[in-house]
Design a protein around this ligand. Structure first.
Ligand code: SAH
Ligand code: SF4
Ligand code: F3S
Length: 492
């Protein structure tokens, strides 16, 4: 069994644990109906918006009712075995629909499609289309192929595809915060990780298209963008290599420079980003965060383990000391910082001493928040080929519980320390728990709940924090900030 746990519900990565989200949008109109369900990380959700855009051009409108769908697409995740099991279970539910409507097309997209390729057609008989993450432009053709009575597969990975020119159809209902992909793929080869195999080589997207997408979002009322990549710190777009240098443009744009370009769009557009990589996160990035009020000061910096010998086996490219040096840099450079992390317990050969090192690193850093998992062996990874998955499941789970307990205590301490302080919160909408309350996130990425009053979403408010749980802050609004005057911004 693979356990997954998170101490609170506050970061954007919560969906990467395999929660399903059905996406629909009134922006897509057309005769045929698409039911789209996404699993996995934020990058998959962003990809589903690209898929919706491609299919909208082909006459599809999105629906949240699977029974009226002409096409069902499941955008899948392979990160841990249980993520795949969830999808397989969900597919059995679609069998009934296919029986009732033999014309129904069922497609598997994303990481499971890439990992299993055409074997998926054998294993899951109801599946008609298997499409990897770099083949979404081909979806209309694949649907057509199925129309002629065949099964259709495209799992080619690309070194160039970034979908840079596709304007994603926003599938969330909030209209305040949007994901913007800045890189695809990953070149890091952490030994436990399947992502380099399912997403292919790392590539960075043209900064001009990123900035224009963010401007477009701002002009449509969005007030937050979340820049996404498996390792945002390795973002690097090289114009000279592409022979595209134009007057005054930088030959190379790095992540710090990209963030600056996005932060300059408007002081009313807040920037968040995920995921930072300890081996690549520079002081320059931290100084850029510190230099802009509208770049959120929350940093998600997955450590995975507190033991240097373990980090070596994981092929993470840093030691405990290096990680602590990056934590010190955050504390030194970024005012009002918050730090979250990911931890894996029970990776190959994990000794009691190595486990204790993780607990002691947690004490040293005191993360505000963490995602914690037991190790799940993934086919083809370096770990699967080189090491034995030899920590018994019961021990993995026991260690996970120790880690979760510690994190819960730290999250609570962190939230308690916020009581009496003032937070700047972007109002996202009515609280899930009460109609009389609104909720939003502050610059530290904490969820804050406060009385509704006359507030509308998209405003920034100052909230005095009065109470908390380990997951949420509660408070009173002391001031609603007037928006800055610029409302429509020209594309660059
Ligand atoms: N690119 C990000 C992580 C993406 S995957 C980074 O490098 O930080 C999200 C998290 O899933 C990882 O940080 C890791 O904690 C966890 N994870 C990845 N592979 C796993 C596996 N085989 N078993 C358990 N957890 C895993
Ligand atoms: Fe996986 Fe490592 Fe790449 Fe993150 S950096 S996606 S953990 S290989
Ligand atoms: Fe899962 Fe693929 Fe993301 S494996 S975590 S959906 S990159």
């Amino acid at each position: 069994m693979n356990s997954t746990a998170s101490a609170t519900d506050k970061t954007i990565d919560e969906t990467r644990q395999g929660e399903a989200i059905q996406q629909s949008s009134s922006q897509i109109e057309g005769g045929k109906k698409l039911f789209l369900e996404s699993y996995g990380c934020a990058m998959n959700f962003a990809d589903s918006e690209v898929v919706a855009s491609i299919l909208a051009k082909d006459g599809y409108s999105a629906t949240t009712n699977s029974e009226e769908a002409d096409v069902i697409f499941v955008n899948t995740c392979s990160i841990r075995e249980n993520a795949e099991q969830k999808v397989r279970k969900r597919l059995t539910e679609f069998k009934k629909l296919k029986k009732e409507n033999p014309e129904l097309i069922v497609g598997i997209l994303g990481c499971m499609a890439e990992r299993l390729k055409k074997d998926l057609l054998e294993e899951e008989k109801l599946v008609d289309i298997v499409a990897g993450p770099d083949s979404y432009r081909d979806l209309p053709n694949l649907i057509e192929e199925v129309g002629t009575g065949q099964k259709a597969v495209n799992v080619l990975l690309s070194r160039e595809e970034t979908y840079a020119d596709i304007s994603p159809v926003r599938l969330d209902k909030g209209g305040i915060s949007a994901y913007v992909s800045i890189t695809r793929g990953c070149d890091n080869m952490c030994s436990f990780c399947v992502v380099p195999f399912t997403r292919g080589r790392e590539r960075s997207r043209d900064p001009k298209t990123i900035v224009n997408e963010c401007i477009d979002l701002f002009n449509n009322g969005y007030r937050e963008v979340i820049l996404l990549g498996q390792n945002v710190d390795s973002y690097r777009y090289n114009l000279s290599a592409k022979g595209e240098i134009r007057d005054g443009s930088l030959p190379t744009t790095n992540f710090a420079q990209l963030m600056e370009m996005v932060a300059e769009i408007s002081p009313d557009l807040r920037i968040r980003f995920s995921t930072s990589h300890p081996k690549d996160m520079t002081d320059e990035v931290l100084e850029t965060i510190a230099g802009y009020d509208n770049i959120a000061s929350s940093i998600h910096l997955p450590v995975q383990s507190g033991s240097t010998s373990m980090l070596q086996r994981m092929n993470r490219g840093y030691s405990r000391e290096w990680y602590m040096n990056r934590i010190d840099a955050i504390k030194r450079i970024v005012p009002n910082y918050s730090i979250s992390t990911d931890i894996i317990t029970g990776f190959c050969g994990e000794t009691e001493e190595e486990h204790k090192a993780t607990l002691s690193l947690m004490d040293d850093v005191k993360f505000d928040y963490a995602y914690m998992y037991t190790y799940s062996e993934r086919p083809k990874t370096l770990a699967e080929r080189k090491f034995k998955d030899d920590v018994p499941e019961a021990l993995k789970s026991k260690r996970l519980v120790e880690i979760i307990d510690k994190q819960r205590a730290h999250s609570l301490l962190h939230n308690q320390s916020r009581i009496g302080t003032i937070s700047t919160v972007l109002v996202e909408g009515t609280s899930k728990r009460s109609e009389e309350h609104m909720s939003g996130r502050d610059e530290q990425n904490s969820v804050v709940i406060f009385p509704k009053g006359e507030l509308t979403k998209g405003l920034y408010v100052k909230v005095r924090i009065e109470s908390c749980t380990s997951a949420t802050l509660m408070g009173e609004v002391i001031e609603s900030l007037p928006p800055h005057p610029i409302q429509k911004i020209e594309s660059k």
